[in-house]
Design a protein. Sequence first.
Length: 145
Amino acid sequence: MCFSNRYSKLLPTVAALKGKAVGVLQGATQEDFVRKHWEHQGVKVVVYRDQSQIYLDLAAGRLDASVQEGQNAQEGFLDKPQGKAFEFKGKVLSDFATLGEGTGLGLRKGDPLKAELDKAIRALKQDGTLSRLSQKYFKRDIIAQ
C-alpha cells in the first residue's frame, strides 16, 4: 500500500510521484517493487533500515510518501497521533514478481491434515467468519476472494 499526507493529491503512479521522495524499508518486498517500477522513471527511492525512521521523516515532511504492507502502516503509523494527517492512496499495489500474492501456511508434503484444514478454511470463508474476524482485528477485509 502507498500512503501519504491526506491533503496531497499524490497517487501511487509514476506520473504523480516523479521527482518525489518515497520511503521504503530496506530488504522488504516493497523496496523491490519501487525499484523495479518507479525508481528508473524518476521517483526518488529512499531506503531505511528501520520503519520508525520512515514514519518520523513522513511526519517531518522529508518524505512525500511511503510504501509498505497495509496492516503494518495502519497499526504502526496511521492509527497513531503522528499519522492522523496521512492516509492510504490509490489501490493496493500489485506485482506477483516482487510483492507476491496472498499469505501462505507451511505444511509437510503429504500431511494428512491438509484436506481437513482446507475444508475448515473454506467453511469459515463461506459463512463469513473469516471476513468478520478480519474486520475485527485488521479493520478491513483481508480475506482473498
